[in-house]
Each structure stands twice: as C-alpha cells, then as structure tokens.
Design a protein around this ligand. Structure first.
Ligand code: FEO
Length: 167
C-alpha cells in the first residue's frame, strides 16, 4: 500500500481509540445518574471501538506497517440527557462511516485489494452501528416522559455484553 493509505489507516486506528473515549465519557455521564444499564451500553460500545482499533493495528502490522499511537482528543463530557448522548453517538457514527468511505476511495485509487477487502467488514459494521443508534433514539423519543418505559430500557441494556466476532 502507498504511504498516504497507510497514514490514513493509522489515523483511523487512532480515531477508533478516540471513539472508545467518546463512549466512555457517555458511560460516565449515565453512571453519574445511576443509569447503570445505559452506562453498560456505552461501556460495551467503548469495548467494540477498542476492538475496531486493534483490528486495524493488526492489519497494519500484517501489511508490514507500524502502528503509531497518537494523543487522544478530549471527548465531550457534558450531556443534557441520555437522548442527547445517543444523538451525539449517532452523529459520531455517521462521521465514522464517511471516514471509511474515504478510506475505501483511497484504497481503490491505490488498487490495494487487500485493504479494500479489509475495509468491507467495517463498512458493514457501520450500517449496523448507525441502525442501532437510530433505533434507540426513536425509542427514547417515543418513551419521552414515560419513566417506567425509560427504566425498562435501562434494565434491558444492563444485559448487553461484548463478544468479539469470530474471525
Ligand atoms: Fe468503530 Fe462505532 O465504529
């Protein structure tokens, strides 16, 4: 792969580590409000992001490139509601999808078929991530001020766990 593509993949690895930071900040907001289920949702989301970062780390290594770790930006630590956190998460995922499209364009221009293939997994993953956030936002809007339904959703998310997908 060319240097520009290797750098873009490395930047994406760092963005995935940053994404874990973003979701952990959302988890902390929920934990502070004793919303342990929603906090668990975001902690699991952070674990997924770290998994994504490590997937790129391994790929760079497999392709003879060295992963270079960068400082992570400060995530937003202020949310006005759980809905606000999910809306921010949704925006973050849409931004991430754009990043993968750009990466795929770079890989296609470089005729780097191994990377094109590698990126397909992430593009499919982004479809799921966006759909997940969109559906939770819709549920939260429907629930509105129904506190029973809100706490039921919180309980539901307490059971979410991260299982690394089989390679
Ligand atoms: Fe690494 Fe949420 O995508």
């Amino acid at each position: 792969m060319n240097d520009a593509l290797a750098k873009a993949l490395n930047d994406q690895m760092n963005f995935e580590f940053y994404s874990a930071h973003v979701y952990l900040a959302m988890a902390a907001y929920c934990s502070d409000d004793s919303l342990d289920g929603f906090a668990n949702f975001f902690i699991v989301q952070a674990e997924e992001e770290r998994f994504h970062a490590m997937k790129i780390y391994k790929f760079l290594n497999d392709r003879g490139r060295r992963a270079t770790l960068a400082a992570l930006g400060e995530p937003n630590n202020d949310y006005t509601s759980v809905l606000h956190a999910f809306e921010q998460g949704y925006k973050h995922e849409m931004q991430n999808t754009e990043r993968f499209y750009h990466l795929s364009d770079l890989a296609m221009n470089d005729r780097e078929h191994a990377t094109i293939n590698f990126l397909k997994w992430f593009i499919d993953e982004q479809v799921e991530e966006e759909a997940l956030f969109d559906s939770i936002i819709n549920k939260l809007k429907r629930i509105d001020k129904d506190s029973n339904a809100f706490y039921m959703l919180d309980s539901e998310f307490a059971g979410r766990s991260f299982t690394p997908p089989a390679e």
